[in-house]
Design a binder for this molecule. Structure first.
Ligand code: ZN
Length: 483
């Protein structure tokens, strides 16, 4: 790969990328780890976790026989694994923080990898996160309190708001910092991931979590007011809906009589009545979606206007395939407006327990008038893929690759169109996953390419993959992209 072709997708062929934490390179040794990735798994690209996320669950113990033995801590503190350049951030932005993690604090892991990768003809992306909530206190920016979201009861909580100029400035500064500071060293681009499940949109908080929904901060309220939407009415509507869903759960778990608790007209009708009386409930979901859509476009625009040769790619969280409200919020046709390529996660095995958990959560609120198995079937039909016929089996086995990997990749390839390559994330032993056998790994990669993928991204992270899994990846990659 020459420096001229470095930024041209598809990297002289198909993209075969691996997501890697910098501490894996430190613990195993950079050359040993890159040898495994390049020569056993057939990877040609590394997406290195570079900023704004720690890991509470570094699983060195999962390392299987056959690899060089790894050392290292079980958790890694977040912050920047690259070198932050504070002068590239707007004055109001939260300041970037170097990681306090021993061993990584003293080095620039991105520069280190770029140097090693150049000699090997490997492309490197800076894997950047919107994920402050994964960072322990010692890796959080000072004055975080000024950027937090605010729930419907007026309480700030540890989740920054995109409408807050301090957080928005931080995210865009992080993009500017990486495209400008590492271009000369050979960086291919930025690979960004918005947070995924649960605490993301107001509807997800309402229907999947226990927390009181957010965000009702002054910045969100001002955005809404410009559209004629009242934050007071939205807050009131969310608190009423939250009470309807959670008081029923609380009482039924305490042995209350489900039939006696049921609203006179049932849960679905009563919830819709609330939506009709408080259109601000839906408006707040729209506001969240518009805000995030603006961030996607701003990230792309900032990177491309400052350093046009840098690629901008997005990791699209599993919940966009798995979960009703994220799936509804995100139209893949829009990626043509802000992405050079995308990586939607099509983790078919860990999708089993995740999908089952989502079904049970929806059944406790929105679909409480139905049985959980009926909700599972409804969502299979609505989403257009099939799977095991009951939730226990789904949890234990996950989805077959010819259903989940194929149908989801196909759907996304058709929506994104030929201009935006789709490189799905492949499930390699994701934590919580039913066991992923080598044959299954090969089948999932085959189904991704059969559905029109232009590459794959090995997921979640290098330190989770055993050697037999990586050998299976290598066999499938050689068949699929090096015929
Ligand atoms: Zn807000």
């Amino acid at each position: 790969m020459t420096s001229n072709s470095r930024n041209a997708f598809p990297h002289n062929g198909s993209l075969v990328a691996a997501q890697v934490w910098p501490h894996s390179l430190l613990d195993e040794g950079i050359d040993a780890a890159l040898d495994v990735l390049q020569h056993i798994a057939g990877a040609n690209t590394i997406c290195l976790v570079t900023a704004n996320r720690g890991t509470p669950s570094y699983k060195a113990a999962r390392w299987a026989p056959g690899h060089r033995e790894r050392l290292g801590p079980r958790t890694v503190l977040g912050g920047y694994f690259s070198t932050p350049h504070p002068e590239l951030y707007p004055p109001e932005a939260l300041p970037p923080m170097k990681t306090p993690q021993n061993g990584l604090q003293e080095i620039d892991a991105l520069a280190w990898l770029l140097e090693a990768a150049q000699a090997r003809d490997l492309a490197v992306y800076a894997y950047l996160f919107d994920a402050y909530y994964y960072n322990p206190p010692e890796a959080l920016s000072p004055a975080m309190a000024t950027a937090l979201s605010v729930d419907a009861l007026g309480r700030p909580r540890l989740r920054p708001c995109y409408n807050n100029p301090r957080y928005r400035g931080f995210i865009l500064g992080m993009i500017e910092d990486h495209v400008r500071s590492y271009e000369a060293a050979g960086l291919s681009g930025v690979y960004f991931q918005f947070e995924g499940f649960g605490a993301s949109s107001p509807f997800q908080q309402l229907f999947y979590g226990q927390a009181v929904p957010a965000c009702f901060c002054e910045h969100c309220a001002a955005q809404a007011a410009a559209k004629g939407w009242s934050a007071e009415r939205a807050r009131d509507g969310y608190l009423r809906a939250h009470e309807l869903i959670h008081s029923a759960n609380r009482d039924s778990q305490g042995g209350g009589d489900e039939t006696a608790l049921r609203p006179r007209d049932g849960y679905l009708v009563t919830l819709f009545r609330l939506l009709i009386r408080y259109p601000e409930i839906l408006a707040w979901q729209s506001l969240w979606q518009e805000t995030r859509g603006r961030m996607f476009r701003e990230i792309y625009g900032v990177a491309k206007s400052l350093v046009p040769s840098q690629q901008v790619a997005f990791n699209i969280h599993h919940s966009h395939q798995m979960e009703l409200f994220h799936r509804a919020s995100f139209d893949y046709a829009e990626v043509r407006e802000f992405a050079d390529w995308i990586k939607p996660n099509v983790f078919h095995r860990v999708a089993g327990p995740r999908f089952a958990r989502n079904v049970r959560a929806l059944q406790r609120g929105l679909f409480r008038d139905w049985q959980a198995e009926q909700v599972r079937q409804l969502l299979y039909e609505a989403f257009g893929f099939g799977g095991p016929n009951n939730l226990d089996e789904l949890t234990a086995r996950g989805f077959p690759p010819e259903e989940f990997v194929y149908h989801e990749t196909r759907r996304i390839v058709e929506a994104a169109g030929p201009g935006v390559p789709v490189c799905p994330g492949i499930d390699l032993e994701a934590p919580g996953s039913p066991s992923t056998e080598p044959d299954d790994v090969e089948a999932s990669i085959e189904q991704a390419f059969r559905a029109g993928a232009r590459g794959i991204v090995l997921s979640r992270f290098y330190d989770e993959w055993s050697l037999p899994t990586l050998e299976a990846v290598g066999r499938a990659v050689r068949r699929a992209v090096q015929p």
